[in-house]
Design a protein around this ligand. Structure first.
Ligand code: ZN
Length: 193
């Protein structure tokens, strides 16, 4: 389990944490776990998500297990600076849906001493790196990859298989109705059938 390593030299250090993995791997649960710990310690934080994600309630990030946190929905990554009042923690959920300008935003915040926590899908349904994720993973000080469980054979799963074959666009919002987590060998079997 990821444990925060706070520098003890009294300086304002910033860094980037990335939580990545497939659908149903618990990324949002892990993000919320870190935020709850920070909130309990009275650390000021902000949570953002891209505006296109309206699967559950507006203005909240709700994990699949139902825990909720207030979130500000952004059209564009740099709109974030309109809301940021020097909070030392900035969290971004579903970060893969932002364009690549999120990379500079995350680094700018970290350079200013902010702990930036990003959660997102590392791969799309066709197993390609998703949007800005490769860059964020490279720039991050800490990377946590979480896994789902393969619905076909029960071993750790890292692929988000899209159940419907007719939908080819990269962004197709949905949950259990549209996707299932598969391990490498089960994903390959389905892909080559
Ligand atoms: Zn499997």
């Amino acid at each position: 389990m990821f444990l925060e390593q706070f520098p003890q030299d009294g300086k304002s250090h910033g860094w980037i944490e990335v939580i990545c993995g497939s659908m149903f791997s618990g990324k949002t649960e892990e993000l919320i776990r870190r935020l709850k710990r920070a909130e309990f310690a009275n650390q000021k934080l902000l949570l953002f998500k891209p505006k296109l994600d309206n699967r559950y309630a507006e203005e909240q990030v709700i994990s699949h297990n139902g825990t909720a946190f207030e979130a500000i929905q952004l059209d564009r990554p740099d709109d974030l600076f309109q809301f940021w009042k020097k909070e030392r923690i900035v969290a971004i959920d579903e970060v893969q849906f932002f364009d690549n300008t999120i990379i500079e935003v995350a680094n700018t915040l970290a350079n200013k001493g902010v702990r930036v926590i990003c959660a997102g899908l590392d791969m799309d349904f066709s197993a390609k790196p998703f949007g800005p994720m490769p860059y964020l993973l490279s720039n991050a000080e800490y990377v946590t990859k979480v896994h789902a469980i393969c619905v076909s054979c029960g071993v750790p799963a890292q692929f988000s298989h899209r159940i419907s074959k007719s939908d080819k666009e990269q962004v197709l919002l949905g949950a259990k109705d549209k996707y299932e987590p598969l391990c490498r060998s089960c994903y390959n079997k389905i892909k080559h059938n």
